[in-house]
Design a protein around this ligand. Structure first.
Ligand code: GAL
Length: 803
């Protein structure tokens, strides 16, 4: 039986996409409200003195990332030793004379958390969820045109409310929306497609016309559809007569001939423009990007995009942007998607909350599949102050908010209603699942509903058999770390569609082999694709005395980062990502070398961790010591050479633990270590690691040297210590001095999970030969000159142009 979801349309809640740096200028009805805010922290905990004064800030803003690391109990390892607290934001604004009679709405894409919106001394709105977008109609509270309004936002990130670094404040964009009394609403619009073929696709558009006047209005609603290269490919018109103070739903079918399909290689985006006209005047215009594609899920064919089975090469990610904290700066979100794609991921699971709208826009435009997730807990808490406090009252509005904003993004393929929910198999949990599912279905019938279900370590009287109750309301079943159950569950429930919603880097191959060999397993999502702040040291690897039996689950201060990622917080792939490249057929052969173990100690690698390896052959001081070298490949045999001398040939044995891996013991001598994949006795692909010379210079590598003079654009400059041949030297780290001049600021740091001193410091240490400097324009065009030096090297200089 095939569970088929019709193709979809993609439109936006509030057309916010058009305000992103990549999607053109803001539509007139939507005004960026990110500038000129003032901020004051109320209870700064251990924060430095002086934090109590109002200071000018721009949104997106995360105050936690700017506070010093602290060992106070709140948050602790969970939030990466960053404090939360309560703060106020304020901003004044004046409405224009032609705003009289308009609806004035504030649109927040994400505020962490428990926000109160105050206008002119009155509390007008409250929104507890830290990740869902919300809007407040402030029309009735605004002063008349020409008179200043004082907007204040109280944000409270108090107590233990998160299992990871959440960030604090208005960390995503804010917009002011002005609409006429007769208006449209992108969030109330849905565009789906049916009968999609090479020849045509039928768009089903459903939208609402809001008549907020007291009188009956006869008007017209125009639809114009623009193709990926901007040409008009369809149009239609509806006539409506609406009574005063009602909204009328309008349905329209439009045929698109020869549609260009949205897919991962060329994610073609269309645009639907809709406008209302009454008494000869256009009263509102909305523009909604969308894609034309089909998705379907079945146990027989797996996940299909446009009729073609695709295995999900997935990664879970949290929402933070490393050195920038939770601030959802547009370019940081773009870079995240670029990095994921570049590293071979075709899908991402947004753990455990809806991402920023910009992130989804970029997944649409670059072609990355998304699981949009609503919650990390329902009624039962994971932390005393977490969202469980609000669940009963707010879960339905929050699901609605997620689906209304996100349902038209072609990149989204599933809705997840929760992660590792404690009551998942209880009668209360079953009822909640039905309720959440029904709410999603009301707004979107085209995508399956999933959740990430774990073993019952949190409820030991239950057994895995009881998971049937957790899965019974799901269309697609997410298994966290439960790959051992896939095949048995398939025998019991042959129609069940399964994916690994979380898995570890070390178990990558066994998971992926199951995915490849079973159509009903549609993919695997590693925990995690990128390092994130908080859950400090969950993926730690350490050396302990030989008789030690107790190992920490998290690492205490100064660990602040999870260290689970395939990619580090500065964007460099870690050794586990080399293994993943081989497992996913993206690379033929890779090699890592284990650091020499300290005498008398043994290594303990956490479940989410990776052995203490590096892809390098710089082990000065360990001459003649036997080092463990691992070669990852799908070739049946591997030969290893040191300085052109054949050391050994090994068979690749695909045992459960070490699939696609050959381990060699090599006495260290500097030079070149080369591994060659052998096929039918013939050498094939190879990989080499060469000892570098000492550090001679600093090299600056910018992802882009010309950027927009806009705070939402960024240049990421990787600082590298290089030898005289230009190789990155991974074992001679040193302190850098970063100096800059120009119309931007610079935020620097490294990828180390424990180097708190370097985090957002202009004197960071390098970590394995690298550091990162992020250039953020202040808003004025010009030039930023960046100079980086160290005591051992000269100065490297780079200019970033901002226009
Ligand atoms: C999982 C959980 C994730 C994360 C991970 C360990 O059980 O779903 O959110 O906590 O463990 O890092």
């Amino acid at each position: 039986m095939e569970y088929r979801y019709l193709t979809f349309l993609f439109l936006f809640w509030g057309s916010l996409a058009f305000c992103s740096i990549n999607a053109g200028e803001p539509a007139k009805r939507l005004i960026s409200f990110d500038d000129d805010w003032y901020f004051r922290l109320e209870n700064p905990g251990n924060a430095a003195d002086g934090q109590n004064d109002w200071s000018q800030v721009c949104i997106p803003h995360d105050w936690s990332v700017e506070l010093p690391f602290t060992e106070i109990p709140d948050g602790e390892v969970a939030t990466g030793h960053k404090a939360g607290g309560t703060a106020w934001y304020k901003k004044n604004f004046i409405l224009a004379y032609n705003d009289v009679d308009k609806f004035i709405t504030l649109c927040f894409d994400g505020v962490y958390m428990e926000s109160e919106i105050w206008l002119n001394g009155k509390k007008v709105f409250y929104h507890p969820n830290g990740y869902t977008p919300f809007r407040c109609d402030i029309t009735a509270f605004c002063n008349s045109s020409g008179v200043e309004n004082e907007l204040k936002v109280k944000v409270s990130n108090a107590g233990k409310n998160s299992r990871w670094y959440s960030g604090s404040g208005i960390y995503r964009h804010v917009w002011l929306m002005k609409t006429e009394r007769l208006h449209l609403d992108a969030g109330s619009t849905s565009i789906t497609t049916e009968n999609v073929s090479e020849d045509k696709a039928i768009l089903n558009i459903s939208t609402e016309v809001f008549n907020a006047t007291n009188r009956q209005i006869k008007g017209e609603l125009f639809f114009e559809i623009y193709g990926p290269s901007g040409e008009r490919v369809g149009k239609a018109k509806s006539i409506f007569i609406s009574l005063g103070n009602i909204k009328s739903t309008v349905y329209k079918n439009i045929i698109i001939n020869k549609p260009q399909w949205w897919n991962l290689e060329s994610p073609a985006l269309y645009k639907a423009k809709m406008y209302t006209k009454a008494a000869g005047k256009i009263t509102d215009v909305i523009e909604i990007p969308f894609g034309i594609r089909t998705i379907s899920f079945s146990a027989e064919k797996g996940f299909q995009l446009n009729g073609k089975t695709i295995k999900l090469k997935g990664g879970c990610i949290h929402h933070d942007n490393g050195l920038l904290g939770a601030a959802a700066i547009d370019r940081a979100e773009v870079r995240k998607v670029e990095l994921l794609k570049k590293n071979g991921f075709n899908a991402v699971r947004c753990a455990h909350n809806p991402p920023s709208e910009q992130f989804l826009n970029i997944c649409d435009s670059l072609g990355l599949l998304v699981i949009d997730e609503a919650f990390d807990q329902w009624q039962k808490p994971k932390n005393p102050n977490d969202y469980h406090r609000f669940f009963d009252e707010w879960s339905i509005p929050d699901v609605e908010s997620m689906v209304r904003r996100d349902r038209n993004h072609p990149s989204i393929i599933m809705w997840s209603i929760g992660n590792e929910i404690q009551e998942r198999a209880d009668s209360s949990g079953i009822q909640i699942a039905v309720k959440l599912k029904n709410e999603v279905r009301k707004l979107d019938k085209t995508r399956p509903i999933t959740a990430a279900v774990n073993e019952f370590w949190d409820n030991p009287q239950l057994k895995w058999n009881d998971s049937e109750r957790a899965f019974r309301n799901l269309d697609v079943c997410g298994y966290n770390y439960m790959w051992r159950e896939y095949e048995n569950d398939h025998r019991l429930y042959p129609h069940r569609i399964i994916f690994g919603s979380e898995s570890t880097a070390m178990e990558r191959a066994v998971n992926w082999d199951l995915v490849e060999s079973n159509p009903y397993i549609i993919g695997d999502f590693v925990w995690t694709a990128m390092d994130y702040l908080g859950e400090a040291g969950i993926a730690n690897t350490g050396y302990y005395s030989k008789n030690e039996t107790k190992f920490p689950q998290f690492m205490s201060y100064p660990w602040f980062n999870s260290w689970c990622g395939d990619i580090d917080i500065c964007g460099t792939p870690k050794p586990q990502s080399l293994y993943r490249d081989v497992v996913w057929h993206n690379s033929a052969i890779e090699m890592t070398v284990h650091a020499p173990e300290p005498d008398g100690k043994k290594e303990k690698v956490s479940y989410w961790g990776w052995p203490d390896e590096k892809a390098c052959w710089n082990w000065s001081g360990s001459e003649n010591k036997m080092l463990d070298v691992r070669v990852f490949t799908r070739y049946p045999f591997v030969r290893l050479y040191l300085n052109d001398l054949l050391l050994e040939e090994k068979i690749i044995r695909n045992t459960d633990k070490n699939r696609y891996t050959a381990t060699f013991k090599v006495p260290y001598q500097p030079g070149t270590l080369k591994a060659v994949g052998m096929m039918a006795g013939k050498p094939s692909d190879s990989i080499a690691l060469t000892t570098t010379g000492p550090v001679k210079a600093i090299r600056l590598k910018a992802d882009r040297t010309t950027i927009r003079a806009n705070r939402n654009d960024l240049a990421y400059v990787t600082v590298e210590l290089v030898d005289d041949k230009g190789n990155v030297v991974p074992d001679e780290d040193m302190e850098l001095a970063i100096w800059f001049k120009g119309e931007a600021k610079v935020i620097a740091g490294n990828a180390s999970p424990t180097d708190m001193k370097s985090f957002r410091s202009l004197k960071p240490f390098t970590y394995q030969g690298r550091a990162l400097a992020i250039v953020q324009p202040e808003g004025r065009p010009g030039k930023l000159t960046l100079e980086v030096s160290s005591r051992k090297t000269g100065t490297a200089t780079l200019d970033i142009l901002m226009y």
